[in-house]
Design a protein around this ligand. Structure first.
Ligand SMILES: *Cc1c(COP(=O)(O)O)cnc(C)c1O
Length: 346
């Protein structure tokens, strides 16, 4: 609950509680630009181990983690294949063009999930007048598709396909933790197929700041240089790394509660004739609701619900998004469900 109502806009709105703040206050710190912050080093080692990779780099944001990965895996003039509704294509302010001088090639997946059959036509033939396809980025879970999960078998096939033609493979794993909790797969099982993975501590896990880029020793060494170039070399960052470590240790398993809340909300809203919910897409902590038949735009619906004490975001011109998280109880989710149901049953 927030002063303005039940806040389901994003799992990034959580605020650190007393125990997390205490862990942050107690953190041992040093200058991380010299590699001397013991808490940052401990976080990087734990995340690398959790994903079964050689190394990890703590960065301020998920966008920076993705953009450093793109920089590490491409040359100017290359082409990067992404899903049409991916975060990298839609919400990262054309950063690949600005920072890496690459072009994005969007391909539409089904509920955000790409299949190898769709990838083959997207690969550029080896011709001097064409861009070089050098990197494929996947997103798990897929935010704009409603928190959908990549089937492990599909990731495996995609990996075999792209490796046979020499592409690098990056995972935008801002919500990889949710995919693991929902499927029971270990983070390592997904990570084994990728050259780099970005993960986030400030979404469902509830830390105030921070993401990590994970990969081989060589990739992360280059990534450290680009983090500095992009302005992300931080000093006594152990204070925020301590929040991330606390979040990993205490808030991972509880993500399943967020999934239960999202499922409840989706089912409640799916029975309202004017609202459309694709229940098959509700696999983790995100619910997308098509409001096209209410006769209102997404913006107008958001305004109406906000005035009644429920805060959501838009997912497109005619759909809205609810995200469940640590700071919203089942009770509040149920109340939000009733408020929305009432608003569209009048
Ligand atoms: C939030 C998000 C990011 C970016 O994270 P920031 O920390 O906000 O920069 C990247 N990818 C996906 C899928 C996300 O949901």
């Amino acid at each position: 609950m927030n002063a303005n109502g039940i806040d389901l806009r994003s799992d990034t709105v959580t605020r650190p509680g007393a125990a997390m703040r205490n862990a942050m206050a107690q953190a041992e710190v040093g200058d991380d630009v010299f590699g001397e912050d013991p808490t940052v080093n401990r976080l990087q080692e734990s995340v690398a181990a959790l994903l079964g990779k050689a190394a990890a780099l703590f960065v301020p944001t998920g966008v920076m983690a993705n953009q450093i990965a793109i920089k590490c895996h491409t040359q100017p003039g290359d082409e990067v294949i992404v899903e049409m509704n991916s975060h990298i294509f839609n919400y990262e302010t054309a950063a690949p063009a600005v920072l890496s001088h690459v072009q994005l090639h969007p391909v539409r997946g089904e509920r955000g999930i790409l299949r190898t059959t769709q990838l083959a036509p997207a690969i550029r033939p080896n011709a001097y007048y064409m861009a070089r396809s050098s990197l494929l980025c996947l997103e798990n879970t897929h935010n704009r598709a409603g928190g959908t999960i990549y089937p492990l078998d599909e990731v495996k096939s995609i990996h075999s396909f792209v490796k046979a033609i020499g592409l690098k493979l990056h995972l935008d794993g801002a919500r990889l933790w949710n995919a693991c909790i929902a499927t029971g797969n270990h983070p390592r099982e997904y990570a084994q197929f990728f050259d780099s993975i970005s993960v986030c501590f400030s979404k469902g896990l509830g830390a105030p700041v921070g993401s990590a880029l994970v990969g081989s020793e060589e990739t992360i060494q280059r990534a450290r240089k680009y983090r500095k170039i992009f302005g992300g070399g931080m000093r006594q960052a152990g204070i925020i790394a301590a929040g991330a470590l606390y979040a990993l240790e205490h808030n991972f398993e509880r993500l399943k509660e967020d999934h239960v809340k999202a499922r409840w909300l989706a089912e409640r809203l799916s029975v309202i004739p004017k609202l459309k919910v694709d229940l098959d897409s509700v696999q983790t902590n995100i619910v997308i609701v098509d409001v096209g038949e209410t006769g209102k735009s997404a913006d107008d619906v958001l305004e109406l619900l906000k005035s009644r004490g429920v805060m959501l975001t838009d997912a497109s011109y005619s759909s809205i998004r609810a995200v469940t998280h640590l700071d919203v109880s089942m009770e509040e989710v149920k109340r939000a469900g009733e408020i929305i149901a009432h608003a569209f049953s009048e």
